[in-house]
Design a protein around this ligand. Structure first.
Ligand SMILES: NC(=O)c1ccc[n+]([C@@H]2O[C@H](COP(=O)([O-])OP(=O)(O)OC[C@H]3O[C@@H](n4cnc5c(N)ncnc54)[C@H](OP(=O)(O)O)[C@@H]3O)[C@@H](O)[C@H]2O)c1
Length: 306
């Protein structure tokens, strides 16, 4: 019988982290180590081991990797608030770049494969949808830190996968964070007016689909960069309008604005979107359509409510 594979996940309290743990814990032949900052906030706490791990603490990163010597690490933890990264640059660099260097150093010692999460924001948005070989040009500090981390990995010689993704949506256990779909549903249910951008185009990605791609990459030690997102490229306003229609909510509370009118602290690319053929071929990636993703979200929200 082949040896169990040990997979360690960082940022397991986050949206993607939670979905990866829920999928991993049910895979035969996998020993799953879930790590995040502070307490474990997931509803189900059986079927995996939890360790509190602050990825910006180099000694702790070394200690935990040494303790479990995992076959693969899936690194989802990051400072993901794009506007906060503009004003909290030191923290953004520590979490999004330095922590990756700590993980690379620790993984090298034990021949551990590293799956790293990156973003469509590495591109300038002038010619989406993008393929893996397109040249990045980050517009914001968040994007700059994520691009620096990609380069650290590519130059490290470590066995690694870089998975770039776009607007992740899904239901999180503890409501600690939101995403475009939950934000739209919750605000419109409360009859709050929401201001939504009408000139930025993205491909929304169901968290469960992305989790499957990350796990495939970890188990198969896939090498290099992969673009992993939903197939449909839509403006953010349409993402919100389709969500409102699907949940039968009153879309008159949606206020359309341009990027120039909204004037957010961090610059965002206009049109991203990915060509996902490489992930389909090599990671067996089969994303849900946006409507099927919304159906899953609706089902999970009903379960949480009961
Ligand atoms: N969300 C998107 O639309 C999107 C799009 C493109 C790329 N990505 C990338 O995909 C990855 C996952 O995104 P996500 O949406 O799942 O993010 P998320 O929900 O914000 O989760 C990130 C997790 O990292 C944890 N974390 C933050 N600082 C930490 C630290 N010092 N030590 C340990 N854990 C720490 C957070 O902990 P707390 O919960 O305690 O704060 C959080 O649980 C990220 O690398 C992100 O850059 C995301």
């Amino acid at each position: 019988m082949s040896k169990k594979k040990t997979i360690l996940v960082t940022g397991s309290n986050g949206l993607l982290g939670q979905k990866i743990i829920y999928a991993l814990k049910d895979i035969q032949g996998v020993f799953c180590i879930s790590t995040s900052r502070g307490e474990n906030r997931m509803r189900i706490q059986e079927g995996y081991v939890y360790e509190s791990l602050d990825i910006s603490d180099e000694t702790e990163v070394q200690r935990i990797i040494e303790k479990y010597k995992p076959d693969a690490v899936i690194h989802t933890a990051a400072l993901t608030n794009v506007d906060a990264c503009e004003s909290r640059r030191e923290e953004a660099k520590r979490l999004n770049v330095d922590a990756v260097a700590f993980l690379i150093a620790a993984c090298k010692k034990y021949n551990t494969h590293l799956v790293h999460l990156s973003t469509d924001f590495v591109f300038d948005g002038e010619k989406g949808p993008y393929v893996e070989s397109d040249i990045p040009r980050p517009l914001s500090y968040y994007a700059e830190t994520k691009f620096q981390a990609e380069n650290l990995l590519l130059e490290s010689g470590l066995s690694s996968t870089i998975i770039r993704t776009i607007i992740i949506y899904g239901v999180v256990d503890d409501n600690s964070r939101s995403n475009v779909v939950l934000w739209a549903v919750n605000s419109l249910r409360d009859k709050k007016t929401i201001t939504v951008i009408n000139d930025q185009f993205r491909s929304p990605t169901l968290a469960e689909d992305l989790a499957d791609a990350c796990i495939h990459a970890a188990l198969n030690q896939s090498q290099g960069i992969y673009h992993v997102s939903g197939r449909e490229l839509m403006c953010i306003l349409d993402i919100v309008k389709i969500t409102a229609d699907y949940f039968q909510l009153d879309s008159s509370y949606i206020k359309s604005v341009s990027s120039a009118e909204l004037n957010q602290p961090a610059r965002r690319p206009a049109v991203t979107g990915f060509i996902i053929e490489k992930a389909e071929r090599q990671l067996d990636f089969r994303p849900h359509s946006f409507l099927d993703g919304l159906a899953l979200v609706k089902k999970q929200l009903l379960l949480v409510a009961h």
